[in-house]
Design a protein around this ligand. Sequence first.
Ligand code: NDP
Ligand code: BG6
Length: 504
Amino acid sequence: MGNPLADELSSSRRAKPCALVIFGATGDLTRRKLVPALMGLAQDGLLPTGFAVVGFARRAFEGPAFVDELRDGVKQHSRGRGEETLTAMQEAFSYVQAEYDDPAGYQKLKAHLEEIDKARGTQGNRVFYLATPPSAYSTILEHLRASGLSTEAGGRFARVIVEKPFGRDLPSARALNEQVAAGFKERQVFRIDHYLGKETVQNILVLRFANGIFEPLWNEKFIDHVQITVAEAIGVEGRGAYFEEAGIIRDMIQNHLLQVLTLVAMDPPAALGADAVRDEKVKVLRAIRSLTPDEVAETTVRGQYTAGFQAGQEVPGYHDELGVAKDSKVETFAAVKLQIENWRWGGTPFFLRSAKRMPRRVTEVAIHFKSPPHRLFAATGCGNLDQNILLVRIQPDEGVSIRFGSKVPGPDYRIRDVRMDFRYGMAFGGSTADAYERLLLDAIVGDSTLFARRDEVEEAWRIVDAIVSGWAAKGIEPERYEAGTWGPDLADQLLGDGREWRRP
Ligand code: NDP
Ligand code: BG6
């Protein structure tokens, strides 16, 4: 509808008719992310012509009550005219009430979908979205297999989208992968990492491989180190019970940060196909050795926030959050030094840092270049110049900038750091689509490039499991840091060689 980018996309990657079945349709993710994302796609004319959304959960709804339940979320979280769009397409929404472990529920769903095929032209194609707590995944997967809903026949497709967390360690992730594989072939499976749906994350590939100027420098000869930071100002936001099981290492580093790292460090794929890209990504993870407990003690830092101030407001410490044990040893800050042991990166450390209750929300990748081999201007007393940095700002203030030294106008050589800046908002105007819009569309279209493959997820768990067991073996507990600060002082020592964490 009047969006040229959307017109271009819809003609190149046309979505086939299908029904989207959401398990956990009464939950927070459906309300805040999935349905608003569908509204965005509908507004841009990107949904297929034959389309339906079927909610599946245990709660009872009468008549249009399910759509009414979704309305508030759409009002609050949709871009553009979300509520009008929901009203216009409310006929596309229906609901099946059942227990997740009741085979009769899946027979009811099957019969309902057949009706929908006739009424809404969805042609027998299904996309199943697992948006329940992870404890329900295996029950649902088993019933999808046993009921035949996962079977593809007669040119019809059946796909499954699995939300994070995908397991809580390598054995549980493997078991879940086995369960998924019992009903679905890998090409039918879409493991979500919503960071891959962010425009700025996808731009890492474009920046690197569509331009001639960066790639020749993209290796250990020119890059001193890389810092990947995902800092959040929020605390655990009522998810204390979940966080107690996860900690920041499982919640963020195992998935979002390691995924970003693979895009920064991978070799160019031969083509843009899902397997070509993911083959290169997984090679990066394979080149990261599992750390020994001694290495974990030297190259990682854990932290946990105490009470403090955020934007002038007093905020509680982690111990006082709902659902958190008073003596909890779970980390809300983690910093990790990783070495990618391959030809391109031998000797260039990658530092990953993620935390809650930092001074501000910022996600960025900072590529720190080595200093020139000879300090020509040292004798002029211009001081120690900082390293050149290529900064990929993922959010907020999306963009890319380059920091370099420039001569200060005047009679002698004084040098100061300046910045060359590209901002998404200024260059392209408007707001970018939410990550879930892109990922839902890709799953409907059948493009799994931006989803984690089985081997990627398992390699990431291998790396994280070694860190978690190192912490246990060495009795490493989180250092305290005050909410609203950049984390424990110890994290500064991690970088070594005079390097410093950025304070964005
Ligand atoms: P919610 O707790 O809000 O509930 C999701 C749904 O699951 C509800 O519709 C509920 O439906 C059903 N449900 C609740 N408990 C159980 C249970 N024990 N067994 C079976 N079904 C149950 O979860 P979220 O929507 O927040 O999260 C859903 C999934 O998405 C999780 O895996 C989460 O990790 C992931 N996720 C969520 C994000 C978010 O922003 N919320 C972000 C990233 C990932 P009913 O009780 O009516 O059957
Ligand atoms: C989720 C984590 O995957 O990502 C949350 O479970 C975190 O703890 C969120 O807050 C961050 O996502 P974003 O898109 O806001 O950076």
